[in-house]
Structure formats: structure tokens, C-alpha cells
Design a protein around this ligand. Structure first.
Ligand code: TEU
Length: 562
């Protein structure tokens, strides 16, 4: 009987894995909390703030890279996967973070950077030492042509995707910065080495990984163009899934590790290849349609117009593709994106309204919501005016390159003001104290001066704050299984002002309606909404048949918690 009971319990656990019910919080440690006054966030600082995260109601953290690194790309250039960057602390500090998280029932996703290493990683030093090095083939080396690079492919962060190395007279391939050489995933030793890294961290107690740039692993050299962005020949190419299946089978599945994959280049119609619960390779996918809707492509640094329907489809097309079997990672912000209240809302007059409306828009959808640090406060883009205020290698490269190509500095700064990755990397706003309570020293990047009014201390004491609304939303999601396991159905799909959806589980029916504009909007009399009552909202009063500026309302048939 016991045996059968165990089998049944395991089957139930497999059908309802922990991450479906979870809300995940993304920490960018460099900007979260500095404990030692050097102006750089660290693991002791993170440890100190875990009770804040528990109080917010999150179940898991995604911790951006804290590995040893020369920091060319803020830790996404790993020098040693098994060591902690001294600026962040020690391995003992990391174990403390894991231990404190455990006492709060919070799990941890490590950020796994598997596509490339730092050019200071021991593997690369060995690889570059000579053409006969046993690790030569761990990276991608080619002879140049006519005194130039092997081809005209360009890197994601600008310039050639090849870096010439005098020692052996060959060039190595780098999709990102020249200090981030790509690993050669065709080599089985490389794949085994990365699997060992995964086991190292799983043995230390992490629950899984956020897989960085994971859809770029397979390079399609046979069909590579002669020039243009290198991404074209390494974004979700045939053979990628073979690498990922092996990774899952050999390293992840034996541990029951959870995975969330950064998946640029995966179109909605191919989502299930990655997240089918049986045949897929990951549990959750980060998709890009809703955040990259304003990027024009080549040359870098240009935007294109977008409308609300496109934004909404960035969510709903994926919900449709995931259907009842797939599961999505839901997000508005991360360390590569700008602040959502600045991009999709109004960070001036309607900051609180629009930040809370955006929260309801995505947090109650079908999938696992990720909240990026400071998003729960309604943190906005930084008011940077000069290039000297930016820190990101991508921004600095773009600035240099664009100026060299004859573009005006004003144009580049205009682009960075709305697209620069540093907007989400300014210090977490804990209080109105100097440097937002982030550090006693000089922060590595300036704090947003609006921390005087937008900060955790103040918002915790204000029931009408963005922070308080996030807590209520997270509680609501936890109270009603329909928000987690219910079906998803879009409403108001054609509207260029409103958005909404229905969540249904058995007799429990809920609707979320959102006004994405600063004007009051009539709410159509939809049959699906009839008989529903207000469960939660960001405006206290209001006409039942209209939504005020950036108003959101959660309606439902079940008893309310608000
Ligand atoms: O980002 C990789 C990546 O695919 C993004 O650059 C994406 O294409 C872009 O955000 C689209 O808007 C990851 C990390 O998140 C990023 O911080 C690193 O710089 C990069 O990998 C290299 O490791």
C-alpha cells in the first residue's frame, strides 16, 4: 500500500510541480544591497533583505551571476563557475544565503551562463595558449581572411564577432562582448564540463537554473551569412534541442532541477518543443515579443513604433501556444530591460496607477510570474543625461560605434534613455536616505533621485502604494487556485485602450480588466463579466461601466479577500 501511495504522490508532484504555484523574484546582486560600504551590492546585503522578500510573498529567487568574473558584462562573463566574486563575498556567504532562504521556504535559481565564458576563464587561457592545446577546440577558432576577420559577422554588443589573437594568429568567435568567447558546444567535453558545473550547484542546494542565452548554443556554420548579426546563425538552430535533451537527461532530471530558459528566437508556435512536460527540455520560458516590440534591428540602436495590441499579443499568443500543457515565465522587467512603468505606463502623474495596473495585467495570467527587484515599488528609468552616467558594456559600445559611424550623440542618448539596460540596474530603493539606503559608500551606478518618494520603507507603510498592491496581488494568486491552474481566455483583444482575460477553474471564474491609457474608458458590457463582483482593484470607487486612468479591476464569482 505504501508503495502505491508513494507512486501516486510522485505522480501528483510531477503533475503539479512547485514552480507552478510560485512567484519568483529576480535579484541583481550588484544593485540590491551593499553591506560593506564599497558601493557594490553583495551576498551579505542580500541575506539581510531576505525577510523583506518573504514578506512580499515570493517563493523563489533568481539570483543573477555572482561567480568570479572580471565583470566586463557584470558577471555574465564567468571566470570561475565554482567561486564567488570577492566583491560579492565568499562561498560561505552564498551558503548562508541558501540557508536563510531555506528557513523562509524560498528556493533559489542560479543564473547559468553556458554559451560563453570570460576570456579569463582557465579553459579559455588554455585554449588560446596554442593550436595544440587539448582545450583548443573548447572554443571556436578560425583563420582570418585577407588580413581581416574570418567573415563579416557582427556581435550582439557591436563590432566584429571575431577577435584576433596574436599568439596563434587566429580569431575566436564571440556573440557578445570580445571578452565573452563562445564555448564550442559541438565538443562533448564542453558539454560534460557544463553539466559538472550544474551538479556542483545542485549539490549545494539550489533548486534549478535560469539558463542564460541558452537558445544560442548551436552554431549553424553551414548556413552562416557572410555578414550581418552573428545571431542569425546561432539563434535556435537545428540541433539545439539535442544539446538540451542531453543536458536534461544527464544533469537536470536526476536532481529534479527546475529550469527557466531565456529563449530569444523561439517563436510562439514552437514553444512546446521546449516546454512540453514530457518531451520538452525546460520547465519555463522567458519570451521576448512583449519587451522587444520597440527594437528595429540592424543597425543597432534604433527603435520602431508599437501599439497596445502588439504588446498584448506578446502575452496572449504565448498563452495560446502553451495551452493547457505548457507553462510560461511571465515578466515585465529584468536586468536587460527598462522599467515597465516608464515604458508601458506613466512614470509621472499616474505612476502608482499604471505600475499597479501593469502588475495585475501580468501577475494573474497562466504561468509563473517573475518580479524584478524594484518593480514592486514602481521604480522608474534613470534620468541619465550623459554617457558618463552609463556603465553597461552594451551601451558604451553602442555609443562609441554610433559616433564613429557619424550618428549624433543626441540620437544615441535618446535611444539609451528609453532602451539602455542600466535603467533597471540602478540601486534598489530601500529608503529616502542617501543613495536610497543601498550603500554607505559611493554606489557603482547612481541611485535614482526619485528614491525620496519611491522607496520600500515609505511604501511598506502606505496601503495605497505599489508595494502594498503587489502583496495583495500575490496573496490573491495564492488564495484562489483558478489564478494558477485555471484556463486562460483573452477578452478585449481588439481594443487599443483596454486589455483583459478570464481565468476559470471549475465553478471559480475571474476576470482581470486593465485600462492602459490616461483617459477614462467605457468598459463594454461583456457577457463573460456579467454577475461578477469586484475582488480587487487599484481604484477605490468608480463607475461599474468605465475604467479610470490606468485603472485595473479583478472581478470574480468567488468570495473576495480584498
Ligand atoms: O542576454 C542575452 C540575450 O539574448 C539578450 O541580450 C537579449 O537578446 C536582449 O535582451 C533582447 O532585448 C543574456 C543576459 O540576460 C545579459 O545580461 C547578458 O549580457 C547576455 O546574456 C550575455 O551573457
Amino acid at each position: 500500500m505504501d508503495g502505491n501511495g508513494t507512486v501516486r504522490r510522485n505522480a501528483a508532484a510531477a503533475a503539479r510541480p512547485w514552480w507552478k504555484d510560485a512567484v519568483v523574484y529576480q535579484v541583481y546582486p550588484r544593485s540590491f544591497q551593499d553591506a560593506d560600504g564599497d558601493g557594490i551590492g553583495d551576498l551579505k546585503g542580500l541575506a539581510r533583505r531576505i525577510p523583506y522578500l518573504a514578506d512580499l510573498g515570493v517563493d523563489a529567487l533568481w539570483v543573477c551571476p555572482v561567480y568570479d568574473s572580471p565583470n566586463d558584462d557584470n558577471g555574465y562573463d564567468v571566470r570561475d563557475y565554482r567561486a564567488i566574486l570577492p566583491e560579492f563575498g565568499t562561498m560561505a556567504d552564498m551558503d548562508d544565503v541558501l540557508g536563510i532562504c531555506r528557513t523562509h521556504g524560498i528556493r533559489v535559481f542560479m543564473d547559468l551562463v553556458a554559451n560563453h565564458t570570460s576570456d579569463e576563464h582557465a579553459w579559455f587561457l588554455e585554449s588560446r595558449a596554442s593550436k595544440d592545446s587539448p582545450k583548443r577546440d573548447w572554443y571556436i577558432w578560425r583563420k582570418g581572411r585577407d588580413g581581416g576577420p574570418p567573415d563579416g559577422l557582427t556581435s550582439h554588443f557591436g563590432g566584429s564577432a571575431w577577435e584576433y589573437d596574436e599568439r596563434t594568429g587566429e580569431s575566436y568567435f564571440h556573440l557578445f562582448s570580445r571578452r565573452q568567447p563562445d564555448l564550442n558546444w559541438e565538443n562533448p567535453e564542453v558539454r560534460a564540463a557544463i553539466r559538472d558545473v550544474m551538479r556542483f550547484w545542485l549539490d549545494r542546494g539550489v533548486s534549478g537554473f535560469r539558463m542564460d542565452a541558452i537558445t544560442y548554443l548551436k552554431k549553424d556554420w553551414a548556413n552562416a551569412p557572410a555578414d550581418g548579426p552573428a545571431a542569425a546563425m546561432c539563434l535556435n538552430k537545428p540541433g539545439l534541442l539535442d544539446f538540451l535533451r542531453e543536458m536534461k537527461r544527464e544533469a537536470l532530471a536526476p536532481y529534479g532541477a527546475a529550469t527557466v530558459a531565456e529563449a530569444p528566437g523561439v517563436p510562439a508556435e514552437r514553444a512546446m518543443e521546449f516546454i512540453d512536460p514530457d518531451d520538452g527540455v525546460f520547465d519555463l520560458l522567458f519570451t521576448f515579443d512583449h519587451v522587444d516590440l520597440d527594437i528595429a534591428g540592424v543597425p543597432r540602436g534604433q527603435r520602431r513604433p508599437w501599439d497596445l495590441r502588439t504588446f498584448k499579443r506578446g502575452f496572449t499568443d504565448w498563452e495560446k501556444a502553451a495551452g493547457e500543457r505548457g507553462w510560461l515565465a511571465l515578466y515585465l522587467e529584468n536586468h536587460d530591460q527598462v522599467r515597465s512603468v516608464s515604458k508601458f505606463g506613466d512614470d509621472g502623474r499616474y505612476r502608482t496607477e499604471s505600475a499597479t495596473m501593469l502588475a495585475a495585467w501580468y501577475l494573474l495570467m497562466r504561468g509563473t510570474p517573475f518580479v524584478y527587484q524594484g518593480q514592486e515599488l514602481g521604480m522608474a528609468n534613470a534620468p541619465f543625461r550623459t554617457i558618463a552616467e552609463y556603465r553597461d558594456v552594451d551601451a558604451l559600445n553602442l555609443h562609441r560605434e554610433a559616433l564613429a559611424a557619424g550618428r549624433s550623440e543626441a540620437e544615441v542618448l535618446r535611444y539609451l534613455a528609453v532602451r539602455g539596460r542600466d535603467h533597471s540596474r540602478t540601486p534598489m530603493q530601500w529608503s529616502g536616505a542617501p543613495n536610497a539606503g543601498f550603500t554607505d559608500g559611493t554606489p557603482w551606478i547612481a541611485a535614482n533621485p526619485d528614491c525620496l518618494t519611491v522607496n520600500a520603507e515609505r511604501e511598506a507603510a502606505d496601503p495605497g502604494s505599489v508595494l502594498s498592491f503587489y502583496k495583495r496581488l500575490i496573496r490573491l494568486r495564492r488564495t484562489h487556485p483558478a489564478f494558477v491552474h485555471g484556463t486562460f481566455e483573452e477578452i478585449l483583444a481588439d481594443s487599443q485602450a483596454l486589455g483583459g482575460y478570464l481565468r476559470t477553474l471549475g465553478p471559480a471564474r475571474f476576470a482581470v480588466v486593465c485600462n492602459f491609457t490616461a483617459a477614462s474608458q467605457p468598459l463594454p458590457d461583456l457577457p463573460a463579466l456579467r454577475g461578477m463582483r469586484r475582488v480587487l482593484g487599484n481604484a477605490r470607487s468608480g463607475a461599474p461601466d468605465a475604467l479610470g486612468p490606468y485603472e485595473t479591476r479583478v472581478l470574480g464569482t468567488a468570495p473576495t479577500t480584498d
